[in-house]
Write a protein that binds this ligand. Structure first.
Ligand SMILES: [Fe+2]
Length: 272
């Protein structure tokens, strides 16, 4: 690359020129400026919010505040209530996950499921509703998928999540080029051209459940607004088109979890 001064492209397809270097991986972690250290800069292991696109900066500001949490004074047991609902066959979460077993193809694999609880309404600038609480029980995972060319910010609200990144969405390329484990309050980013194809998995096989907030925004210049997350199906032989839908809206979900918790819908042997 040091000697490269000119490169002729003879193709009718669109060519994109990146400002990012191609010799190092872009850091996955976003850190607030007052937490970004000299060693982070030296080892290229994090970025500050201002280094991201305008769209990512807006999303980041909305979800990283100290108050943007699940357990709040009005319901301090919210995450425990979700855990109980997942582990109890009478819980709404347990039953909804069962219902979704075949969502991404194949004969049905309970581990290939996660819950999507939506916040707000689709205002036309995101694939589906822009804010989604995603719930990942122990060992559960998403298919390998992309994000409709949108910007995204993901923050871990509870537990840990494993992220695998892929250079293309293809049934012939299932080996990730990068892997990272994100822990509580870690934030990562997706742009239309970088980190766009991933698989998420709660790698803790015995719990706890991981809960993340994902939020999405198309670039201002995006005029197509493709609405689907394309994914490799559970059998690994085809590409599907997933419309990012909602299992329940957040206020209703919170009320339901509270009612299950107070109604003692818990497993016989509580997990802790
Ligand atoms: Fe995703």
């Amino acid at each position: 690359m040091n000697d490269l001064s000119k490169y002729n492209v003879n193709t009718p397809s669109e060519v994109t020129v990146w400002k990012d270097p191609v010799t190092v991986e872009p850091p996955l972690i976003v850190l607030p400026t007052d937490k970004f250290t000299m060693m982070d800069a030296a080892e290229y292991r994090a970025v500050v919010p201002n280094a991201l696109s305008q769209e990512c900066q807006e999303l980041y500001s909305n979800v990283v505040g100290k108050s943007f949490v699940l357990n709040t004074p009005d319901f301090p047991d919210f995450t425990d209530a979700i855990e109980a609902s997942i582990r109890n066959p009478n819980g709404w979460c347990y039953k909804k996950l069962e219902e979704k077993k075949s969502e991404f193809g194949g004969e049905g694999d309970i581990k290939a499921t996660y819950l999507r609880i939506t916040l707000g309404v689709n205002q036309g600038w995101s694939p589906g509703i822009p804010y989604v609480l995603e719930i990942w029980p122990a060992g559960h995972y998403s298919p390998i998928h992309n994000h409709a060319g949108a910007n995204a910010i993901i923050r871990v609200l509870h537990g840990e999540i494993g992220v695998n990144l892929y250079s293309m969405l293809s049934i012939y390329h299932k080996q990730p080029f990068a892997q990272k484990i994100l822990v509580k309050d870690d934030v990562t980013w997706i742009s239309p051209g970088l980190n766009q194809i991933h698989q998420l998995k709660n790698i803790n096989e015995n719990g706890p459940t991981c809960m993340t907030i994902q939020c999405y925004l198309y670039n201002q210049s995006n005029r197509s607004h493709y609405e689907y997350f394309d994914y490799i199906d559970n059998e690994g032989t085809g590409i599907g088109h997933y419309y990012p839908d909602s299992d329940m809206e957040f206020p209703e979900f919170k009320a339901l979890m509270r009612s299950e918790w107070l109604g003692n819908v818990r497993p016989k042997e509580w997990w802790r």
